[in-house]
Ligand binder design. Sequence first.
Ligand code: SF4
Ligand code: SF4
Length: 383
Amino acid sequence: MKYRPYGSTGRDVSMLGFGAMRLPTLEDGNCDYEQAVPLLRRGIDLGINYIDTARGYINGTSEVAVGKAIKGYDREKLFVVTKIPSNDIKNSVGREWRRQLEEQLGRFDMDYIDLILFHGLRWDAFEEHVSRPGYALEAARRAQAEGLVRHVGFSSHDTADGIVRLVGTGEFAGMLVQYNFLDDHNMPAITAAAEAGMGVTIMGPVAGGRLGVPGSVALPGEGLEALRLPDLALRYVWDTPGVTVALSGMNAFEQIEENVASAEHTTRMSDAEREQIRRILEKNRRLTELYCTACGYCMPCPNDVNIPENFRFMNWHRVWGLTEEAKDAYSKLSEEGFHAAWSPQKITGLSAEHCIQCGVCEPKCPQNIPIRKQMKEVAAALG
Ligand code: SF4
Ligand code: SF4
């Protein structure tokens, strides 16, 4: 494993981070500790020391799994990151923020958290209440002074401009944002954060579920050796100036081992490889409309449409030209058990034709995807 300094914190972290949002679950939707703990421990044994979770992941049981997994390891060598939502003013009140922090420490059964992030922080929320006396930032500073948290940062889906403003406050030791080779709109924020001495962690280095394709797909090369995912996607992120850690939401031993191997063997990309990726990036600009990370927040759909799976198959068609595979997979949507193999959250449901355009899903999507419009396009392309 290769390690990098996490901004100015004085800590070295593994350049591959273990995202604990997609750990195996039981029927009731809670974490299956018997499966999840050995996976996390395998990652730690292979050198991963950066572990990312959040208050809301897997109904709070992701934090419990992480706490169980790290027992017996040298705590000082690990860098455990979790998040508390603060955009809602009720959550942002200092007392409430503190109550949540203490509850989370209890779930982990830990004395301190290495990095606490304001989850999905928006600039307007920071300005309007989070930064005000009596609210979340003050509570976080107090917790830091008491040794309950070592560093304070944020994750964000705000605009790049909003993130640059958050960076500019000088309040944060690190941030977690999206970036990958199909979507580099956060590059100005990454540069600003690195210049400010912050650690920069990237979520969605493989574009979430968007680039999740069956097997290992070669990018269309023109006289170049075929490039393979997700190795390529991770290398692209690690190779970007300013990036410290690439997070991968891992839930299988092979995936952990492959990603660790990528981290160990990563080399700087050749100019030809970068150029090849740039061309694909340009060709696929339109995909920014369909930036589905398979988070599942839009679910359930009242008409039982499996929104993330429909988008996943659409991207096989759109990004990779795997139209036959996409149509085949789409036709199987609704077959019992079919989705479990692909969907990290084991979301089940129907194909896009069943969308009744009610719009219930759209306000719940952090990527602001025009889901109704996209569902029509999916049905037209794959139905
Ligand atoms: S708009 Fe379509 S996909 Fe969204 S909730 Fe309504 S039926 Fe489901
Ligand atoms: S909420 Fe948005 S990003 Fe998340 S699965 Fe639904 S459509 Fe995709």
